[in-house]
Design a protein around this ligand. Structure first.
Ligand SMILES: [Mn+2]
Length: 253
């Protein structure tokens, strides 16, 4: 059984981004590798810089990405897409036509023999009340319904503007460690061996009580990071390792 491939924070389809096409070419290489060497690919959120599931409309900038993903799933690669804070409204054609699995927020499952929690990584700190409220409002049925009735051109413009604040933000070591210390007591359960997350845009390996916690390098960065898990070790991999920052390592508890 090949390793599990993990990737996050690809941020496909940033408006007017000259890096979008080269990033897709790089992403195709990871899809190819995962298909050739891996057992499956897990995308831990923020695949799209913004995704909304309209009934009849697909944002044109996402088409080449959907094509690449569809090709990979039709070629036999199992691809699961977890919701991120930029693309939480998943469903419809992603599943029925692109062939993605959509496990939803915070899935606990066996990962080649380890009990793992898989999560985008946002909203885990119970003290972050402002963010948690905003998250709940955005995900509410009435907000989704209101957004659906905006013209998609206007909706995408609004989303581009709202996402601009954090899409390229990299968390500092102190910020990330403090966040995890607040988040992990309510996030990890007895028996969890592994937490893998994205969102913070920095590669990190942490220990907390008996568990190992990993934050993935963001694929949107020029180093094009992802990871593989072989059942014992999680390895950070980069298409351009010369551009990668050294991962943060810290024993949290
Ligand atoms: Mn995110």
């Amino acid at each position: 059984m090949g390793p599990v491939f993990l990737v996050s924070d690809i941020h496909a389809g940033i408006r007017g981004d000259a890096d979008d096409a080269p990033r897709l070419e790089d992403f195709r290489r990871v899809l190819e590798r995962a298909r050739a060497e891996g057992s499956e690919l897990l995308i831990l959120g923020d695949l799209f810089d913004f995704w909304f599931q309209w009934g009849q409309v697909i944002p044109s900038r996402h088409l080449p990405w959907l094509e690449a993903l569809g090709q990979a799933t039709r070629g036999g690669l199992a691809v699961s897409l977890f919701p991120g804070n930029h693309d939480f409204c998943l469903g419809g054609l992603l599943q029925s036509q692109v062939g993605l699995r959509l496990p939803g927020d915070g899935q606990r499952r066996d990962l080649l023999g380890a009990r793992a929690l898989l999560h985008h990584g946002d909203g885990l700190d119970p003290g972050e009340t402002g963010y948690l409220l905003m998250r709940r409002v955005f995900r509410s049925r009435w907000a989704q319904r209101a957004f659906r009735w905006l013209h998609p051109d206007l909706g995408m413009l609004l989303a581009d503007w709202m996402g601009a604040g954090d899409r390229l933000r990299t968390w500092s070591r102190d910020e990330l460690c403090a966040y995890l210390r607040r988040a992990l007591p309510d996030t990890l359960e007895e028996g969890d061996e592994l937490l893998v997350m994205g969102h913070v845009h920095v590669a990190g390996r942490f220990t907390w009580r008996g568990a190992r916690v990993f934050s993935l390098p963001p694929f949107v960065h020029a180093s094009r990071g992802y990871a593989t898990w072989d059942g014992r070790e999680l390895t950070f991999r980069y298409l351009r390792p010369e551009l990668a920052a050294a991962p943060i390592a810290e024993a949290l508890a």
